[in-house]
Design a protein around this ligand. Sequence first.
Ligand SMILES: Cc1ncc(COP(=O)(O)O)c(C=O)c1O
Length: 362
Amino acid sequence: MNRKIKLFDPVVTGQEEQYLKKILKSGFWASGAGTGFVSEFEKRFLQYIGSKECVSVNSGTAALHLALSTLNLKNKEVILPSLSFVSTAHAVLYNGGKPVFVDIDPQTLCLDPKLVEEKINKKTTVILPVHFAGMPSELNYLKKLSEEWKTTLIEDASHACGAKFNKKRIGSHGDYVCFSFHPVKNLAMPGGGLITINRSDHAKIKNTFAAKRWCGITNRKESFYDIKEIGWNFYLSEFSAAIGIAQLKKLDSLNNKRKKIAKKYHKEINVHHKMPYNDDCSYHFYWITVKNRDKLRKKLFNLGIETGTHYAPIHKFTMYRKNNIKLPITEQTSESIITLPTHPNLSESDVNKVIKSINEFA
Ligand SMILES: Cc1ncc(COP(=O)(O)O)c(C=O)c1O
């Protein structure tokens, strides 16, 4: 029996186990206490990205929720793609805003900036691009639009840990950039997320986020504290942060392996429409689109190759369907996309098998 090729698979080859034992033995399991892995992870991640400030949380969803919570979104619009995980849109609703879905560029599957320009208006408060599969969105264009219309640029960089745009790491461009460290992501934790802050008032914003991630607690002195604003229990766990530190140390080398695999897919898979190769992309996965998607996926599955269908478009879900909008590229893509593994546990023969099987059956 051939070994199964998984779509996602975290790489555990570093200090993860050693760190976890240290926390277990310390007896200080609560975040921010004892072992200090949460603050150490934030320090190292900030240095890695090169942004002004950052605040870690316990998921990418929490990062988006928290980043949007400092803006008054009541009756205001947020422009975002529909080809994303549903959290990107839920975060707008958690904060009372209106998601405005805009179609994507068929080459990158990221927001089409020209269509953003068509949709932007006085009610637009946030532009929220997703760096799909780790491909950097057109940030120059979006930043310019955001400045012209005085909106806030919040990036969903859940797939883009380690990616770059204009030679700078994703995380150092937009006002706020949200990361997910879900176990399938390029930097994997049992669960985690983070917001980088690049605004000039970054110190003040960091304090606001820091309070809101722990139930709004401020002015702590021993066991006394005050609450000025609502907050949530979004604190990252010490265990996750420790795994994050181990993962961060090898992130660039793991991403280089992903890029090598993506380059080979791009060169050797014989389908008409496929993900471009870009050295600045973090290749969270690789995508192709084909007409007979479900049939091909079944063939691959029977050969032991797991694939995905990222994503069912958000605007088609029952609770988001109200406005009956049409997004032709998103809809076509979601019906024909197959997402392929790029994780660094793939062997050369796994990669060759994926390519050969697609070329034979697509
Ligand atoms: C594009 C995108 N946004 C948001 C999220 C939410 O992240 P998390 O699962 O860490 O809450 C994910 C992860 O699944 C994602 O892929």
